[in-house]
Ligand binder design. Structure first.
Ligand code: PGA
Length: 262
């Protein structure tokens, strides 16, 4: 069974003092839990948090929220994989906020995924449809196809240059855009059904055994009340948490619930 992964995506939140308190609280609470926890603070806090988490439990790691794909150069404001890997083991790529606010497309995201893998970073690749799909399977219905083509082409396009050998080093986060930051989380059943389809695509791309080893997380308005609904589903290998990862008590509760959830 794939060990559940809980990612805290702090986005552009926290000041330095808050970041230190939050990371220290999580560090002190999660050592005995059977889940992997990845904290993704803003770039600028990675350095102080890497020091604080240096002797942290082995199930707690740092991740970046983005990076550029080139090693170095005239890229004002960007951060390279070489820089990220000094401080973090993971990097979120292709988040819907980057796709929509910074116009990142699948080609760019694929270049970033490739660069992350070349540098020994684990990419957490986000994909998600803009509109809710109908749960009832009605093959050939245009509304279903439009929605799914968008989601599926994100997955295929973001991974198109990735080799079978590298594929199982990637984590996928299924994050329906309509559920992010809205309080309107998907149901466990909805997320499991979509994730099953995503895993079928991974099987087509990389083969069944590789696809079975890839973690696929759910993200979108996850909190301590609904997290078990997701991690109880055998198809769902953990959660990516935004807003609720900013409150230490709530995030620790999410980790505890997830650890007991399967
Ligand atoms: P949310 O964000 O948990 O606040 O909905 C999730 C995300 O965007 O990663």
């Amino acid at each position: 069974m794939r060990r559940p992964i809980i990612v805290g995506n702090w986005k552009m939140n926290t000041n330095l003092a808050d970041a230190i308190v939050l990371a220290t609280s999580v560090k002190n609470a999660v050592a005995d839990l059977g889940v992997e926890i990845i904290l993704c603070p803003p770039f600028i806090w990675l350095y102080p948090l890497a020091e604080i988490l240096e002797k942290s439990p082995s199930n707690l790691k740092l991740g970046a929220q983005n990076m550029w794909f080139a090693e170095k150069g005239a890229m004002t404001g960007e951060v390279s994989p070489n820089m990220v890997k000094v401080l973090a083991k993971y990097v979120i790529l292709g988040h819907s906020e980057r796709r929509s606010n910074f116009l990142e497309d699948n080609n760019l995201i694929c270049d970033k995924v490739t660069a992350a893998l070349e540098n020994g970073l684990t990419p957490i690749v986000c994909v998600g449809e803009k509109h809710k799909r109908s749960l009832a399977k009605k093959p050939g219905r245009p509304n279903k196809l439009v929605t799914e083509n968008d989601l599926f082409s994100q997955l295929k396009g973001s991974l198109k240059n990735i080799s079978r050998n590298d594929a199982d080093k990637i984590i996928i986060a299924y994050e329906p855009v309509w559920a992010i930051g809205t309080g309107d989380a998907a149901t466990g059943g909805y997320a499991a059904e979509v994730i099953k389809d995503l895993r079928d695509i991974l099987a087509d791309l990389f083969g069944g055994p590789v696809s079975e080893r890839i973690h696929i997380l759910y993200g979108g308005s996850v909190d301590s009340e609904n997290v078990r609904e997701f991690v109880f589903q055998p198809e769902i290998d953990g959660v990516l948490v935004g807003g609720a990862s900013l409150k230490a008590k709530e995030f620790i509760k999410i980790c505890r619930e997830a650890a007991g959830g399967r």
